[in-house]
Design a protein around this ligand. Structure first.
Ligand code: F6P
Length: 523
C-alpha cells in the first residue's frame, strides 16, 4: 500500500506551525483552563489518565486528532485485532489482543488459546497443590524462569509487583548470560524441588540456550537422574523441534505462536510464572484488565481514547517539541521494573528508521525510554530533569490505595509525585539562576485505584496500544526487531576468538581488546 510519509500528511504541516506558535507560551499558562483539562483526562475501569500537564492547547490537540484520522487509525486498529499482517517484514499478524479475548471472540488464528490456557491452569494447579512433584516425590518449592527480553520482562514485572502468596513456589528469573546471575540463583536451590521453565519463542536465543544448558547440567550433576528431566524442565516456545532436541519432553512444551511478538507475550504461556506465583484467578484478572483496555481502544472515540491520546501527545513531544527522551517514573516500589518493561516495549517496537516500504521515516521515531522509581530518583537524576539542558517528557504512575497501612508514607509518596509533575510543568520564579527551575516539561500522570492484576493488565495493554498508534502514524513496523541481529552475529566470531581462534580479519580495536581480555583473564 502506498501511504504518504508522516511529514507529508496535511496535519503535520499545521502541527509544525502550531508548535512554533505555542513554543513561547509557558506551560503554566495553559494549566488552569477547565475545558482543556476535561479534554485531557480519561477515566476508565480503575485507572485515570491525566494528560493535562502536556504542552498542548485545544488547537494542537484537534490537529493531532486529525493526524490520526489522516492515517485511518480506526481501520488500522481493526486490521490489528482481526489478524491482518501488520508485521509486514515477517508477513504475520500481531494478535496479542486475541490472547485476552473471551472465548469465541478471538480470530480463527487464536483457536488454540483457550485450550492452552486450560493446560497452563492444570499444570500450575498441579505444581502449586503438590501433585506435580520433583524426582524424589517432594513438592516444587522454587521455579526458575530462564528467558530474556519478552520472555522475561513481562512475567518478572508482574510477579515482582504483585508479590506472590505464601505457600506458592518462589519465582526466580535468569535472563542474562552473565554467569553471576545463574550461579547466584542456583546457589540457594535444591535440585529435587526446583522446576525450570525454559522460555524462548525462537529457542535460538543464545542467552537462554546457554543458561538452559547450565541449569540442566546443574540438575543432572546433583541428582544423576536423566530420567527425571521431565519433572523438572518445561518449555514455552514456538520452536518445538529445537526444544525437543535440547531434551525437553514434547508433552512439557507450551506453545508460543508466531503471531505473538516476544514483547507482547506475557499474556501467552510466557505468563506461566505469573500463574505459578499468583494463581490462575490472578492471571485471569490480568487478562480481563487487558481486555477492558482493548475494548476501550477499539470503541472509544479518538478524543477520549487513552492509548491514542498518549500516542499523539508522545509524537507531539518527540517530533514537534524536540523531546528526545522519555522518563517512566513509577511512584510505587512495586512497579520498579516498569521502566525496563516499557523500555523494551517502546524502543524495540518503534526504534526504527525506515517505513514499511523501506523508505526513510524522515522524522524522529521512538525516544530514549528510561526511568526509575520515585521518590528515590528525586535524590539522583531529577536534578537533570529540573535544571538540565535537554527536553524530555515523562509519565508518573501512582496508586491511590496501598496495602502497607503506613498512611503517612503513602501520602508523602503521592505528594511528591504530584509535586514533581507540577515543578516540571510550572517551574518557579527564582531570580537566582542557580535556583531557577524553568519548567515547561510535558508529563502525564496515570493513577491506578489500586495495584491489582486487572489494573496492571489494563496499564500494560494501554502502553501496547500507545506504541501501536505511534507506529501507525510513523508508518513503521512496530513488530519486528532486525536491528538486534548484527550484534548477535558479530558475537559468534568474537566468542571463537576469545577461545583462541585466529583474530585475522578482525578490526584493530576488537583484536586488541580480545588479546587484552585473554591475557588478563589468565592472570
Ligand atoms: O533479541 C531480541 C529478541 O528477539 C526479543 O525481541 C525477544 O523478546 C527476545 O529476543 C527473546 O527472544 P526468544 O523468546 O526467542 O528467546
Amino acid at each position: 500500500m502506498n501511504r504518504p510519509a508522516a511529514h507529508e500528511l496535511p496535519a503535520w504541516g499545521s502541527l509544525a506551525r502550531l508548535a512554533a506558535r505555542l513554543s513561547p507560551v509557558p506551560l503554566r499558562n495553559l494549566l488552569d483552563d477547565d475545558a482543556r483539562g476535561a479534554a485531557l483526562r480519561v477515566r476508565l475501569n480503575g485507572l485515570l489518565f491525566d494528560f493535562t500537564r502536556q504542552r498542548v492547547d485545544p488547537a494542537a490537540l484537534a490537529e493531532l486528532l486529525s493526524l490520526a484520522e489522516q492515517r485511518d487509525w480506526q481501520g488500522r486498529v481493526r486490521q490489528l485485532v482481526e489478524g491482518g499482517a501488520v508485521n509486514t517484514t515477517e508477513n504475520r499478524p500481531a494478535l496479542h489482543t486475541a490472547l485476552r479475548s473471551p472465548p469465541g471472540e478471538a480470530p480463527e488464528a487464536a483457536r488454540e488459546v483457550p485450550g492452552t490456557l486450560s493446560r497452563m491452569e492444570r499444570f500450575a494447579g498441579a505444581v502449586t497443590c503438590g501433585s506435580w512433584t520433583g524426582c524424589s516425590g517432594r513438592a516444587i518449592t522454587d521455579v526458575v524462569n530462564v528467558g530474556i527480553g519478552g520472555s522475561d520482562l513481562g512475567p518478572r514485572l508482574v510477579v515482582d509487583a504483585l508479590q506472590p502468596h505464601d505457600g506458592r513456589p518462589a519465582l526466580h528469573f535468569v535472563p542474562n548470560i552473565d554467569g553471576h546471575v545463574i550461579s547466584k540463583t542456583l546457589a540457594g536451590l535444591d535440585p529435587e524441588t526446583t522446576l525450570f521453565i525454559i522460555a524462548s519463542k525462537s529457542f535460538t536465543t543464545r542467552e537462554t540456550r546457554v543458561n538452559g544448558e547450565t541449569a540442566r547440567s546443574w540438575f543432572l550433576e546433583r541428582t544423576n537422574r536423566p530420567d527425571a528431566i521431565g519433572r523438572h524442565f518445561v518449555g514455552v516456545t514456538g520452536n518445538r523441534e529445537a526444544a525437543a532436541a535440547f531434551g525437553l519432553p514434547r508433552e512439557n512444551l507450551f506453545p508460543m505462536w508466531d503471531w505473538v511478538g516476544g514483547r507482547y507475550s506475557l499474556w501467552s504461556p510466557v505468563g506461566l510464572p505469573i500463574m505459578l506465583a499468583l494463581g490462575t484467578a490472578a492471571f485471569a484478572e490480568l487478562l480481563g484488565g487487558a481486555h477492558t483496555m482493548d475494548r476501550h481502544f477499539q470503541t472509544a472515540p479518538a478524543a477520549g481514547n487513552a492509548p491514542l491520546l498518549a500516542a499523539l501527545l508522545g509524537i507531539w513531544n518527540i517530533d514537534f517539541l524536540g523531546a528526545a527522551n522519555h522518563a517512566v517514573l513509577p511512584y510505587d516500589q512495586r512497579l520498579r521494573l516498569l521502566p525496563d518493561y516499557l523500555q523494551q516495549l517502546e524502543t524495540e517496537s518503534n526504534g526504527k528508521r525506515v517505513r514499511h516500504d523501506g523508505s526513510p521515516v524522515g522524522v524522529h521515531t521512538a525516544p530514549v525510554v528510561w526511568g526509575g522509581i520515585g521518590t528515590t530518583g528525586q535524590h539522583a537524576f531529577h536534578q537533570l530533569l529540573h535544571q538540565g539542558t535537554r527536553a524530555f517528557s515523562a509519565d508518573f504512575i501512582v496508586c491511590a490505595a496501598t496495602e502497607h497501612g503506613l498512611e503517612e508514607h503513602h501520602r508523602w509518596l503521592v505528594a511528591n509525585a504530584l509535586s514533581q509533575g507540577k515543578a516540571m510543568a510550572a517551574g518557579n520564579d527564582a531570580h537566582d539562576p542557580h535556583r531557577a527551575v524553568r519548567g515547561n516539561h510535558a508529563t502525564s500522570t496515570i493513577v491506578l485505584d489500586r495495584l491489582a492484576p486487572a489494573t496492571i493488565g489494563a496499564l500494560l495493554a494501554f502502553y501496547e496500544h500507545k506504541v501501536f498508534c505511534q507506529g501507525l502514524i510513523w508508518d513503521i513496523n512496530s513488530f519486528d526487531q532486525w536491528g538486534v541481529e548484527l550484534g548477535k552475529q558479530l558475537a559468534v566470531t568474537v566468542f571463537g576468538q576469545l577461545a583462541g581462534e585466529s583474530t585475522r580479519g578482525q578490526d584493530r580495536t576488537t583484536r586488541s581488546l580480545v588479546e587484552h581480555l585473554i591475557e588478563q583473564g589468565r592472570a
